[in-house]
Design a protein around this ligand. Sequence first.
Ligand SMILES: NC(=O)c1ccc[n+]([C@@H]2O[C@H](COP(=O)([O-])OP(=O)(O)OC[C@H]3O[C@@H](n4cnc5c(N)ncnc54)[C@H](O)[C@@H]3O)[C@@H](O)[C@H]2O)c1
Length: 260
Amino acid sequence: MKLHDQSALVTGAGSGIGRAIALLLAQEGAHVGVLDFNANGARETVDLITQNGGKALALVADVSDAPQMQNAVAALVEASGRLDIIVANAGINGVWAPVDDLEADEWDKTLAVNLKGTFLTFKYAVPHLKVRGGSAMIVASMHGTRTYTIAGSTAYACSKGAQVVFAKKMALELARHKIRVNVLCPGSTKTHVNDDRVLRNIESINLNIQYAPGSKLPLLGRPAEPEEIAPLALFLASEDSGFISGAEIHIDGGQSLVIA
Ligand SMILES: NC(=O)c1ccc[n+]([C@@H]2O[C@H](COP(=O)([O-])OP(=O)(O)OC[C@H]3O[C@@H](n4cnc5c(N)ncnc54)[C@H](O)[C@@H]3O)[C@@H](O)[C@H]2O)c1
């Protein structure tokens, strides 16, 4: 097992990509802190891990809330005795609207979960990673890092682009502590991320983009399954990627190449 005896924190692990990553890291021997503000989702993921003989702890917290994140990280370290891997994955699509129609609190909400949540995950986890070194990763998106073509998703795209900047700053700051920091940039993936998305007046934004027929999902003609994203997280968590830091890796079946 590649992660024997290690401890990993995965945020947003009650669903989708985070759940698939949590399951795979646990399968490789990690004790996984399954963090989500949806308690049922977190418990379901923990059950799936323990049914397979793995070790996991449900951590119910909102990634944008500093005291909740501090307590959640402390609870995981108390249970597992260490922390080696963090995956800042929790994210929302938020409200997609023309800029003059987007409310200030809607902008704040998207940035609070996606960007401040990433900062708080690092803030409270990094002191523990410094003990032995480790691997930190962020699940950003192709959106805001290589493509800008979805109408109205300005707050989301800005949060995702800023996550890459944050990762590069962290890769340099934490290098002397032997902490590697990398970014996964998925394309369309079949999850629940659109369940709470609000689209408002986006038809009024005309980006005048033409797609060649059938070109949007070039590799397989379909979105990814979360289980097709998780192996990249395992690679970045393990010593197989021991010389990789500061990288942003697009895992999108070539999607970002045709709509960039
Ligand atoms: N699905 C896609 O097409 C896609 C594409 C690119 C990037 N992403 C990114 O992947 C990440 C995971 O999303 P997903 O697609 O698996 O979606 P998902 O909705 O299935 O899972 C996201 C999880 O995060 C949790 N969450 C949301 N806000 C939270 C908060 N404030 N505190 C704690 N937990 C919170 C949710 O409860 C949920 O369990 C996100 O950062 C998303 O932006 C998704």
